[in-house]
Design a protein around this ligand. Structure first.
Ligand SMILES: Nc1ncnc2c1ncn2[C@@H]1O[C@H](COP(=O)(O)OP(=O)(O)OP(=O)(O)O)[C@@H](O)[C@H]1O
Ligand SMILES: [Mg+2]
Length: 504
């Protein structure tokens, strides 16, 4: 014959089983329910559910119930430390009804939170016989002792908690695989996956969702490496043009003459090398979107032609008389201060006003640290696939180093940093030293001879490019890769900034 309390216990178990089967996602809520029921039915005054951290070196309090629950959460235990640590280390359940005289008890925590433990019951949570955490009950009500019967019940609850965790982990794994496949599809189509967690970026995505539906030009602004191109991709993908081409042009990558024919096409014989007719990027983008990257570098003569495309959607190929009309949405991006370029007479203000109908500023990474863990994990997965290496993740110390870095090169720099760590690390977890972070390059003030900003920037640029060229034995392809710019753009800069090989 079952006692009243046994019936209650069975009913609770059935209830919990139903929950485990229906709620895969919020494992924390589920674990809290399990711990609450176990505490109530085994008559504990307080209780905790501790989990082993990812490295397996520490137990932390995932849930702590009772009057001092929130105080205890700041502590962690090493395996072997305290009664819960003993249970984790020996993978064995115990009843301690004389805590005051038990050598394993860690008096420090009880003293600090001012909550003396008299009786305790602690059982391991196991997945495939391995201990992944501990459930402990503290002080049986009315000064009673915990019994063997309590221990057996608590073991049943602890098995259920482990089951909930297994489910949540498989769910997480399935979700990761789905994301992986989605990324693959994106990459195959030439698009990148955008990671967004910080409120400011989520807000930008919301704006993008709305502007995508229109045909207005959008100007993407922000420092180098913040993700302007990836946001341009999003605008196209979320627009009604998404099934039509998305054409990218880097306006800084080509000299003026070639850029004109690249954008607008040419007819056979238009210039010496024009051996056949060629379609320009605007024609290729017909019906879709064109993305003009580094728009600040567009030469003045082409600015006039672009203005006409924006106003009339028409242009002539280089060397042709006939006018071509296209239906293209224009997106542009720059990391330059266009208003300053206008003042210097290098950018047409009328073109700027046309492009600037919807400006979207993408903030630098240092202003949105919430994105760092997610981005780092995403890049780690990507480079694990590429390098065929396996890591568990980042150690806490590595994560802290990334969170406190100022990332002057933004997401591109973070991506490079994770790639490098993935290549060099021999650890199970990526460690702080694998990241080789210097917290931003130290740049000394260049000797310019004048206080003109543009001049100072050019002096710095020349100095920096020369240093990178030297590091790469003056191999321009390698240097361009290190600088993360196109080789053609590098050779243009070398000419413009008059950088000479020392032996020439
Ligand atoms: N939110 C993000 N999620 C995932 N990857 C990102 C994100 N933002 C940027 N990246 C990656 O970081 C790198 C730099 O991004 P992107 O090329 O879009 O920067 P940018 O702003 O155009 O820089 P630049 O002005 O130097 O051209 C790319 O490899 C891009 O895929
Ligand atoms: Mg870019």
């Amino acid at each position: 014959m079952l006692s009243k309390i046994d019936v209650q216990k069975f009913n609770t178990l059935i209830e919990i089983n139903t929950l485990i089967n229906s709620n895969y996602e919020d494992v924390h809520i589920l674990l809290t329910r399990i711990l609450e029921s176990a505490t109530r039915l085994c008559e504990g005054e307080a209780s905790s559910l501790l989990l082993m951290n990812k490295e397996g070196r520490e137990l932390y309090f995932e849930i702590a119930l009772g009057t001092k629950g929130s105080d205890v959460k700041r502590f962690t235990l090493k395996p072997g430390e305290g009664i819960a640590g003993w249970v984790a280390q020996h993978n064995k359940a115990i009843i301690v009804n004389d805590v005051a005289n038990d050598k394993r008890h860690l008096r420090e925590i009880s003293r600090q939170i001012d909550y003396p433990a008299k009786t305790m019951l602690a059982v391991p949570m196991r997945i495939k016989d391995q201990c992944i955490g501990v459930i402990e009950l503290i002080n049986k009500k009315d000064g009673k002792n915990f019994s063997q019967d309590d221990l057996e019940w608590l073991e049943i609850f602890s098995n259920q908690a482990a089951l909930a965790i297994i489910n949540a982990r498989s769910f997480e794994q399935a979700r990761n695989e789905l994301q992986f496949l989605q990324d693959r599809i994106n990459t195959d189509q030439g698009y990148h996956t955008l990671i967004a967690k910080s409120p400011v970026i989520l807000e930008k995505l919301d704006i993008i969702e709305r502007v995508a539906k229109t045909d207005s030009s959008v100007l993407l602004l922000g420092e180098s490496g913040v993700g302007k191109e990836i946001f341009a991709e999003q605008i196209h993908q979320k627009s009604q043009r998404s099934r039509k081409p998305f054409i990218r042009v880097n306006c800084a990558a080509l000299p003026e003459g070639l850029l004109e024919s690249e954008l607008f096409g040419h007819v056979k014989g238009a210039f010496t090398n024009a051996i056949s007719n060629r379609q320009g990027r605007f024609e290729l983008a017909d019906g879709g979107t064109i993305f003009l990257d580094e728009i600040g570098d567009l030469p003045l003569s082409l600015q006039a032609k672009l203005l006409r495309v924006i106003q009339e959607r028409s242009f002539e190929k280089v060397g042709a008389d006939t006018t071509i009309t296209v239906n293209v949405r224009i997106l542009a991006a720059t990391n330059k201060d266009i208003e300053a370029l206008i003042e210097q007479g290098e950018f047409r203000s009328d073109l700027y006003y046309r492009l600037n109908v919807l400006p979207i500023y993408i903030p630098p990474l240092r202003q949105r640290p919430e994105d760092i863990p997610e981005l780092a994990a995403f890049f780690l997965k990507k480079f694990m696939r590429e390098t065929k290496k396996q890591f568990e993740g980042f150690s806490n110390e590595a994560m802290e180093a990334m969170l406190s870095c100022s990332w002057p090169g933004n997401i591109r720099e973070l991506e490079n940093c994770v790639e490098r760590a993935c290549v060099i690390s021999r650890n199970k977890w990526i460690q702080g030293e694998d990241l080789l972070l210097k917290n931003g390059p130290v740049i000394s003030e260049p000797e310019t001879g004048s206080r003109d900003l543009k001049n100072a920037i050019n002096v710095f640029k020349a100095h920096f490019i020369r240093k990178i060229l030297e590091e790469n034995k003056w191999n321009q392809t390698e240097a361009a890769r290190a600088l993360d710019i196109q080789r053609t753009y590098l050779s243009r800069l070398i000419k413009e900034l008059d950088i000479n090989h020392p032996e020439e």
